[in-house]
Design a binder for this molecule. Structure first.
Ligand code: ACO
Ligand code: ZN
Length: 153
């Protein structure tokens, strides 16, 4: 089941993040996103347990797809626990979040950074209509490069 995140979900969200990704954040960072951009923060729940999430923030800045100042939706982090992958959960989380970003926040373009080696995620984003618009060298702490991927909403 996909639903909006609440502050009560933060423990399960952080546990999912630690299990799935090397990029971790302080509790205050997760809470800030739930409080400020909660309409675009979704979780996937199975039998009362959080198995996936997508966390976004809304920004105003230069677009990648169209080179103009606009309202941007920044997908900060998305993850699904290993046992629950390949069932469309990340797709549904992203679709719910993108719909809310457009409807609630007036987002015109969505973007994110992804490791150049992260084929599953790159495939997921391509399927959702994102394109690689930029490469950022040495973006991650371990020195790996990032692709910026973006699409208009
Ligand atoms: N290999 C190749 N393509 C894949 C894979 C894979 N292992 N997993 C997903 N995809 C692609 C496929 O095209 C898939 O469609 P298909 O199953 O019909 O072939 C499509 O993505 C959609 O897959 P979903 O089932 O919706 O994705 P899932 O729920 O499995 O979650 C995710 C994908 C989030 C990337 C998951 O593998 C994960 O949590 N990985 C670790 C964390 C991570 O890398 N997160 C993204 C970091 S970047 C960021 O956060 C902005
Ligand atoms: Zn980012």
């Amino acid at each position: 089941m996909i639903r909006r995140a609440t502050p009560n979900d933060v423990d399960g969200i952080i546990a999912t993040n630690i299990e799935c990704l090397p990029e971790h954040y302080p509790l205050s960072f997760w809470m800030e996103h739930i409080e400020r951009w909660g309409d675009a923060f979704y979780v996937a729940e199975v039998n009362g347990k959080i198995v996936g999430y997508v966390m976004c923030r809304i920004e105003y800045g230069q677009g990648y797809v169209r080179n103009v100042m606009r309202t941007l939706g920044h997908v900060v982090s998305v993850a699904v626990r290993e046992k629950f992958r390949r069932r469309g959960i990340a797709t549904n989380l992203m679709l719910a979040s993108m719909d809310a970003m457009k409807r609630v926040y007036g987002v015109e373009e969505v973007y994110l950074e992804v490791r150049v080696s992260n084929e599953p995620a790159i495939n997921l984003y391509r399927k959702l209509g994102f394109e690689i618009v930029k490469k950022i060298e040495n973006y991650y702490l371990d020195g790996e490069d990032a692709y910026v991927m973006a699409r208009e909403l």
